[in-house]
Ligand binder design. Structure first.
Ligand code: SAH
Length: 505
């Protein structure tokens, strides 16, 4: 007996977060993933790295021969005991040939399960603000292929009922046949003034919506060279879009924004930008690595009871410091006699996550802010531990020493830069399709310049909006010849997101 099984999984219409939990669960267990042109490739990241990934588009597109080959592939892989995920755009059983694949599997005696997905019509409906049914307007909806009848003498579609029934009609695969199908509906009795919407690449950042009527939508589509894949929604409900559209109204909709943070930190910032409609291009410019030697930090940690203050100026410093504490067999109790200063709310939250409450968070979230706060205290003879990055500015140790404090600033981690940019980001920069680049520390600017070469960076960022988190980063930008367009009043990610909204809104 083998454990081979095929899961036909609906990938949803495009937005990778629209897959079901069950779909993700199947992907996580997959040995083989056979995926379609319309299934978002980002979903493959749910599968184990070791899983075999096979693009079904290569196997044969829409032809029957190709379909036979896909069926055979599913059977052979599952027959040797593999867990196979057949990942299909939208829902497997809505114009997805899922039924045919199930028949082939059944014949071969291979077990299968079907996981539904958000079909394109439903995805397009939600993301274009066009309810498919609406009380008082339409009580039924039909999903219809736009290709039926084109290659055959007769048609399986009852055009009379479809046209006169008054319900919403959604055509799949109907861009190339748009004119003919719209004409047919009018010929069979639907009013030529019936509103129609074409929704292309629904639910993705490239979503495009074109609205017209049965009489003029084909002309309009031709005028702007409207291309597949798109859904055609026909019915009075289309008029609701004017009031109900939300997707395009998000403040950063359609903006391509490069995020230059360290890979492990970009997550939250990127999520916030995406939630506001931006397409985020990750561009890690910083890789964090251990110091060349732990010696100085270890020495300081062993002498923690002798320090009056621990100063932490980044989330990373917090993480590396507490990790090292742990490695040395210690925990938060080692800080019992020591007060803690965190540079800003994020750093403070990170400190709290290790069970320690910072005594001091300056009003101004930067090194100068910390210095100002300490200037109000009597620092004479105080011992301060300041675990820092290798390329940190000298403001804190310098100023605190002037106040009479003893400052030790061992390196807790180093910033190095990755050798190259992710291809997608480089491609977008080369194509000049980027709207904005964000810098959240001096190293992000300096490293990008080092990765691209200064001249190349300046050239690629011509006409691109430069957003910097604060004055120090902005100065680093200007030192390299970049003009800064956006700088929030307070130096936080949230403030930067807000400033971007204001700028592009
Ligand atoms: N099984 C899929 C449909 C596959 S047929 C589903 O349930 O959605 C392919 C057709 O689906 C395309 O020609 C187009 O009409 C539609 N389609 C799929 N994804 C789409 C998207 N993101 N935006 C608009 N139409 C889409």
């Amino acid at each position: 007996m083998s454990d081979g099984i095929v899961y036909l999984v609906g990938a949803g219409p495009g937005d990778p977060s629209l897959i079901t939990l069950r779909g993700v669960d199947c992907l996580q267990r997959a040995d083989v993933v056979v995926y379609d042109y319309l299934a978002n490739e980002q979903l493959l990241s749910h599968a184990p790295e070791t899983a075999e990934r096979i693009y079904a588009g290569k196997i044969g597109g829409r032809h029957n021969q190709g379909q036979d080959e896909i069926n055979r592939l599913l059977v052979t892989k599952a027959a040797v005991g593999k867990v196979v995920v057949r990942l299909k755009g939208g829902d497997p059983f809505v114009f997805g040939r899922g039924g045919e694949e199930c028949e082939a599997l059944r014949e071969a005696g291979i077990p299968f399960e079907v996981v539904p997905g958000v079909t394109a019509a439903v995805g397009a409906s939600a993301y274009s603000g066009i309810p498919l049914t609406h009380r008082g307007i339409t009580a039924s909806v039909a999903f219809v292929t736009g290709q039926e009848g084109e290659h055959k003498d007769g048609s399986n579609i009852d055009w009379d009922r479809l046209s006169l029934g008054g319900g919403t009609v959604v055509f799949y695969m109907g861009v190339t046949t748009l004119r003919r199908n719209m004409q047919r509906m009018v010929e069979h009795g639907r009013s030529p003034n019936t509103p129609v919407a074409l929704v292309r690449w629904a639910t993705t950042a490239c979503q495009q919506v074109l609205v017209g009527t049965l009489a003029d939508i084909a002309d309009r589509a031709e005028e702007c060279d409207f291309k597949p894949p798109a859904i055609t929604i026909v019915g009075e409900v289309v008029a609701l879009r004017e009031r109900l559209q939300w997707f395009e109204k998000r403040p950063l909709c359609g903006k391509k924004i490069v995020v230059t943070r360290a890979a492990e930190q970009a997550g939250e910032f990127s999520t916030k930008l995406s939630a506001r409609g931006a397409t985020v291009l990750e561009c890690p410019t910083i890789r964090l690595v251990e110091p060349e030697s732990w010696q100085l930090l270890d020495l300081a940690i062993r002498e923690l009871p002798g320090y009056d203050w621990l100063v932490l100026t980044s989330v990373n410093a917090v993480r590396y410091f507490f990790q090292r504490l742990d490695t040395l067999g210690l925990d938060a109790r080692a800080l019992a006699g020591c007060r803690v200063c965190a540079v800003g709310p994020k750093t403070a939250a990170e400190v709290r996550s290790f069970g320690v409450k910072p005594e001091l968070v300056p009003a101004d979230y930067k090194a100068e802010g910390i210095v100002d706060e300490f200037a109000r205290l009597d620092m004479q003879g105080c011992r301060v531990l300041f675990p820092r990055a290798d390329k940190a500015r000298d403001v804190i140790p310098g100023e605190l020493k002037r106040m009479g404090a003893h400052v030790d600033s061992p390196v807790a981690y180093r910033n190095v830069f990755p050798e190259r940019l992710p291809p997608e980001t480089l491609f977008a920069l080369e194509k000049r399709s980027v709207d904005c680049v964000t810098f959240t520390s001096s190293s992000t600017v300096q490293n990008l310049a080092a990765m691209l070469g200064e001249e190349m960076m300046l050239d690629m960022l011509k006409g691109v909006v430069v957003a910097s988190i604060g004055p120090i980063t902005s100065k680093s930008c200007r030192d390299l010849g970049l003009k800064v367009d956006i700088e929030p009043q307070s130096y936080t990610m949230d403030a930067l997101v807000e400033a971007l909204e204001v700028h592009f809104g």
